[in-house]
Write a protein that binds this ligand. Structure first.
Ligand code: FES
Length: 68
């Protein structure tokens, strides 16, 4: 499964893609909105609000096989 390391800053908001359609992974670029309208699905980004500067390791099975 694809893993992306991400350095995050305290008190900054991050929107992480859960659908795999984003062209700027791991971030959500709102591609899920049109997909949801067409397919009657409810994909949303995962919001992260770090309490401290840190490094995250993120994984999603949809990043390698985006929803269709
Ligand atoms: S583009 Fe994938 S959740 Fe927004």
């Amino acid at each position: 499964m694809k893993e992306i390391k991400l350095s995050v800053k305290a008190s900054k908001k991050y929107s992480i893609c859960s659908c795999g359609l984003s062209k700027s992974l791991p971030f959500c670029d709102n591609e899920h909105r049109d997909f949801n309208k067409i397919n009657n699905t409810n994909y949303k980004s995962v919001k992260i609000f770090p309490s401290e500067d840190t490094e995250l390791k993120l994984k999603s099975s949809n990043w390698e096989s985006p929803v269709k």
